[in-house]
Design a protein around this ligand. Structure first.
Ligand code: AP5
Length: 207
């Protein structure tokens, strides 16, 4: 299965991705995670990406298309993958169509007002686990014990810019995939388990 998760910042893509890859044994390809890894490791790409991400903007299409193209050529992606955070612009979607075919695009749709609370309360661990301060009050990861941190781009002043970027550049993908008959929508306002139930209904149907 070749699946894309589409949704605004904070819609729950990363949260659902963790559950999907565990159940369906797909490799999780998150452009946000790849860029943050480069930032942590202070690579040349990481240095370029940090300033852009911290400003709530998108890294250039050229750069992320190259990243995804080479990641999807790796062995573990031969039979399928879950793309999270890519494509994010029409040129990225067109480039992906040239690289490979896409089976399903799952849009996680959520009320705009909920996003700010979701993002500003998010806490991350280096191991990839994600928490929310409403559900988890610890300051260390429940899985690996490392300290939790807040992403630099999760500060309130950057979040509104990210949401605007989403509206202008990424939301047009809903139409792009609707006309290609690939789009399915789940209700991201529900609990994580309820959202996952809707996602599995879609993926089991496809399987
Ligand atoms: P990226 O890392 O992709 O960030 P994003 O799309 O902004 O999405 P988020 O990670 O903020 O949210 P999410 O939907 O994964 O939500 P989560 O599951 O964590 O990209 C970061 C940056 O990198 C971009 O801004 C851009 O600059 C750059 N970039 C990345 N890809 C790019 C590309 N293709 N092109 C150009 N630039 C690119 O959930 C959020 C919170 O809510 C968590 O605390 C979670 O615990 C909680 N939560 C989740 N689901 C629920 C639920 N159902 N109920 C209650 N709480 C929930």
């Amino acid at each position: 299965m070749k699946v894309i998760l589409l949704g605004a910042p904070g819609a729950g893509k990363g949260t659902q991705a963790e559950m999907i890859v565990a159940k369906y044994k797909l490799p999780h390809v998150s452009t946000g995670d790849i860029l943050r890894k480069n930032i942590r490791e202070m690579t040349e790409l990481g240095k370029v990406a940090k300033a852009i991400i911290d400003d709530g903007k998108l890294v250039s299409d050229e750069l992320v298309i190259k990243l995804v193209d080479s990641r999807l050529k790796e062995n573990d992606c031969k039979k399928g993958w879950l793309l999270d955070g890519f494509p994010r612009t029409i040129p990225q979607a067109e480039a992906l169509d040239k690289i490979t075919n896409v089976d399903i695009v799952i849009e996680i749709k959520i009320a705009y007002e909920a996003l700010l609370q979701r993002i500003t309360g998010r806490r991350m661990c280096e191991c990839g686990a994600t928490y929310h301060t409403s559900f988890y009050t610890g300051d260390r990861c429940a899985t690996c014990g490392k300290p939790l941190y807040q992403r630099d781009d999760d500060k309130a002043e950057v979040v509104s810019k990210r949401l605007e970027t989403y509206k202008n550049l990424t939301e047009p993908l809903v139409e792009y995939y609707t006309v290609r008959n690939k789009l399915r929508t789940v209700d991201g306002n529900l609990s994580q388990q309820e959202v996952f139930r809707q996602v599995t209904d879609i993926l089991n149907d496809y399987d």
